[in-house]
Ligand binder design. Structure first.
Ligand SMILES: [Ca+2]
Ligand SMILES: [Ca+2]
Ligand SMILES: [Ca+2]
Length: 257
């Protein structure tokens, strides 16, 4: 009897080991709110803990995830209400489907940068009167020359390098840091770039997109659409600021549309 028991125990042990192997061999499913999430790397069982890719879980829960290499930090931010990102023209719910998926229209950018519509953009900045919300703001990046930026740019936009240099490692690292800082303040993990006419910025947007940035390009660029110098639709006479943050007025008589 004793021998039989030992055999039975051994058999059960083998069955259990086999079952454990079977469990370990089958992929671990990841479900968020009842929906299965497909991640690039499958969850793994390690030291009795299931390790899952934090980006996929976080994004499924409506959070944005930034890998801040400089500070060796994973920054997870809960996104506020409303649209997650500015829409490009051929996003599924965009009004004008086209090949130009990277384009953002000037009025759409203006609307998120000036929530309280007082013509003072990103007025959560020091020295401004408040009322705008950073939560729906992309990081706006000027890709013209520093001289052009200093003369007049979209309020709140930053300058790091010209379009042809923005993809260089030191510049894309700086951009990543600026984006992390923007997100840390509550902004979106999205970049909107612009140049004069949207051509060179479009090329840079492709480079930055391949580098992992969520990037859009201001359709028709700063000169044509933001400053309204051409009749390309839509043109606005968007607010401008110089290097000292002083508003750059339009020549009198003020253009009307
Ligand atoms: Ca405002
Ligand atoms: Ca205001
Ligand atoms: Ca805003």
């Amino acid at each position: 009897m004793k021998r039989k028991s030992i055999i039975l125990i051994l058999t059960l042990s083998l069955v259990l080991i086999a079952a454990t192997w079977a469990i370990a061999d089958s992929p671990i499913k990841l479900l968020v709110n009842g929906n299965e999430i497909k991640s690039d790397v499958a969850p793994v069982l390690q030291n009795d803990r299931v390790l899952v890719p934090v980006r996929f879980v976080s994004e499924a829960l409506g959070c944005e995830v930034i890998w801040d290499k400089e500070n060796q930090s994973v920054v997870i931010t809960k996104i506020g209400g409303g649209d997650k990102y500015l829409k490009g023209q051929n996003d599924p719910d965009a009004a004008e489907p086209s090949i130009h998926s990277n384009f953002v229209k000037a009025p759409d950018l203006l609307a998120v940068l000036d929530d309280d519509k007082d013509n003072d953009l990103c007025d959560y900045r020091d020295g401004h009167n408040g009322g705008d919300n950073i939560a729906n703001d992309p990081l706006v990046v000027d890709l013209r020359t520093k001289k052009d930026y200093d003369a007049g740019h979209i309020p709140g936009a930053i300058f790091i390098a010209q379009a042809q240099d923005i993809g260089m490692k030191e510049n894309s690292d700086k951009l990543r840091q600026e984006l992390a800082a923007h997100v840390a303040k509550g902004g979106k993990s999205q970049i909107v770039v612009y140049c004069f006419t949207a051509h060179t910025a479009g090329l840079a947007a492709g480079v930055l997109g391949a580098d992992g940035f969520n990037v859009k390009n201001l359709r028709f660029g700063y000169s044509i659409t933001w400053e309204g110098t051409k009749s390309a639709d839509p043109t606005i006479y968007g607010p401008r600021e110089d290097a000292n943050g002083i508003a750059v007025p339009y020549p009198a008589p003020a253009p009307t549309k």
